[in-house]
Design a protein around this ligand. Structure first.
Ligand code: UTP
Length: 274
């Protein structure tokens, strides 16, 4: 049985790398072609069998709630016209899952954003998608692959990919013991290490499956790199007890939190249209 039903989307960050676009528009609402990043993430979660979307927002992020709702005036205007088809996908999303929201009042980092989401998740395992990491795969989506693994191993799982070592200061980097070609039992993880201190070239991307004990650990986690409460530091505590796996996923991932990655994703999805 699929035990993961909820997906948490931390979406409270300032998105400073996209200023001035993100001054009044949430980064998660920036579109790749015609679809906002967050909708891609929600569709990936639905594809993985999840039906409860929990979104951590912040000030200036109201557009997110409006997006996952019905706009009666607009629907009325385009009813029975060719334009109605433009809303087919988002309507499907809205009817296939529920959305709940909470606000992170102070942006104290990803770990803090996940802890803020506890009120929406409760005592159950859950997925986390960082919508600015846009993933695509011809077969099962990345989260669907991870949910399958969770059902087998019942522990925390982080999605990872190999990076150039010079890039390590942008990522959480792991080390551990390979169980097979794609699965690593994590023994160490470091947030944004200097390349010379990186324990490997295997970096965490924005897909996680977490067990609810992470909340207790996060409550005790002190600010780390950049003065922020880091999910990597909390996961390291669980990894010490052998409770974290890293999974080299099948598919492509674009760092849409950076301008280069965003342009690459746009080009990739545009090419897929033809
Ligand atoms: P980023 O590290 O990309 O930060 O956060 P950011 O603020 O969104 O963007 P830049 O670096 O200023 O351009 C990774 C994810 O964690 C969320 C962000 O919304 C993003 O999805 N986040 C980060 C929070 O929800 N709260 C925080 O306090 C920090």
């Amino acid at each position: 049985m699929n035990t993961i039903k909820k997906c948490l989307f931390p979406a409270a960050g300032y998105g400073t790398r996209f200023l001035p676009a993100t001054k009044a528009i949430p980064k998660e609402m920036l579109p790749v072609l015609t679809k906002p990043l967050l909708q891609y993430g929600v569709e990936e979660a639905i594809e993985a069998g999840l039906n409860t979307m929990a979104i951590v927002t912040g000030r200036g992020k109201r557009a997110i709630e409006d997006h996952f709702d019905i706009s009666y005036e607009l629907e009325h205007q385009i009813k029975d016209t060719a334009k109605e088809s433009y809303l087919t996908e988002i309507r499907k999303v809205i009817t296939n899952c529920t959305f709940s929201y909470t606000r992170q009042i102070e942006m104290k980092g990803l770990g803090h954003a996940i802890l803020t989401g506890e009120t929406l998740i409760g005592e159950e395992p859950f997925a986390v998608i960082l919508a600015d990491d846009l993933c695509d795969n011809e077969g099962d989506g990345v989260l669907a692959q991870m949910v399958k693994l969770y059902n087998e191993y019942k522990c925390c799982i982080v999605a990872v990919e190999e990076i150039a070592k010079e890039e390590s200061s942008k990522y959480g980097v792991i080390a551990g013991d390979f169980l097979n070609n794609s699965l690593v039992k994590v023994t160490d993880m470091v947030e944004k290490p200097d390349p010379k201190d990186a324990p490997s070239n295997i970096a965490i991307i924005g897909r996680y499956i977490l067990t609810p004990e992470i909340f207790d650990v996060l409550r005790e986690t002190k600010p780390g790199k950049g003065g922020e409460i880091q999910i990597t530091d909390a996961l390291l505590e669980l990894a010490k007890d052998g409770k974290v796996l890293a999974y080299k996923f099948q598919g492509k991932r674009f760092d849409c939190g950076s301008v280069d990655g965003f342009v690459e994703a746009t080009q990739y999805f545009y090419n897929k249209l033809s």
